[in-house]
Ligand binder design. Structure first.
Ligand SMILES: Cc1cc2nc3c(=O)[nH]c(=O)nc-3n(C[C@H](O)[C@H](O)[C@H](O)COP(=O)(O)OP(=O)(O)OC[C@H]3O[C@@H](n4cnc5c(N)ncnc54)[C@H](O)[C@@H]3O)c2cc1C
Length: 230
């Protein structure tokens, strides 16, 4: 798929949680992409053009409308802009689609999708792609979040729960009896990673730590695709 630079505007923002938002961009040309792809977004802030990478969280492709799911980084330069006044109609430019870890690269029929925080937006698109492709035989999805309020896209995951094994793993649940308490790393002991593809998305450090923990069990014929948000 050709990488293009396309101008556009922010056309809608929707709160996902108190610290994350879905940002809809309306572009002047269609963008053709696969789930797992990201775009570089160029935005003018106080006379300076800043660039940041954001994964595409919408499914429809090719399309002039794409969604990004953004977590507000405290003291960050770009992400808090999406919470500012007058953000609708703000002009931006994107470059994309970028990234090597697209859903078509998944080779095994047994697939694990793991996400940390806002990385769930990528896992959502990849899960939809895999289910639509019907090639997949065994799909397990674990999503790590801080607490119950941080769980996002639950309606989507509920809609595919009959075809997948889904767990929300919470590091600081408000319900002290919550069963899946901790980090994803604490809940993988019983999983069989032989002959599987493992897609991990979220903060780089968390992705690498999970990969190391999986490798501790010496899995055979495992494929890793890691989309680290550094
Ligand atoms: C491939 C890829 C895909 C990504 N996809 C997503 C996505 O889908 N959603 C998403 O939310 N993010 C995503 N990211 C992360 C995103 O690109 C940004 O890094 C993130 O939004 C933070 O940008 P920012 O400008 O708000 O923060 P920055 O200004 O870049 O700051 C980042 C951190 O550095 C600290 N910092 C900044 N300046 C200083 C300083 N002078 N001294 C000390 N500390 C400082 C800040 O406090 C903050 O913790 C992705 C990243 C990559 C590489």
């Amino acid at each position: 798929m050709p990488i293009k630079k396309i101008k556009g505007k922010i056309s809608r923002v929707t709160d996902l949680t108190s610290t994350s938002r879905e940002i809809e961009l309306t572009l002047t040309e269609e963008l053709d992409f696969l789930p797992g792809a990201f775009v570089n977004i160029f935005i003018d802030i106080e006379g300076e053009k800043l660039r940041r990478a954001y994964s595409i969280s919408s499914f429809e492709s090719p399309s002039k409308r794409i969604n990004l799911s953004v977590r507000k980084t405290p003291k960050g330069r770009v992400s808090p802009i999406f919470w500012g006044n007058n953000i609708i109609k703000k002009e931006i430019e994107i470059m994309g689609p970028l990234g090597l870890n697209t859903a078509d690269k998944i080779i095994n029929k047994k697939v694990y999708l793991f996400s940390f925080g806002i990385g769930v937006s990528v896992i959502k698109s990849i899960a939809k792609y895999l289910i639509d492709q019907i090639k997949i035989e065994d799909l397990t999805i674990y999503m790590g979040q801080r607490n119950e309020k941080e769980i996002i896209y639950k309606d989507f995951f509920d809609s595919i729960s009959d075809r997948t094994k889904i767990k929300y793993i919470l590091s600081q649940p408000t319900d002290s009896n919550y069963l899946n308490h901790g980090y994803i790393q604490d809940h993988i002991e019983k999983l069989d990673f032989d002959n599987s593809s493992v897609y991990i998305c979220g903060q780089d450090k968390a992705c690498q730590s999970l990969k190391e923990r999986i490798l501790d069990s010496n899995p055979k014929n495992i494929q890793f695709l890691i989309e680290g948000f550094h």
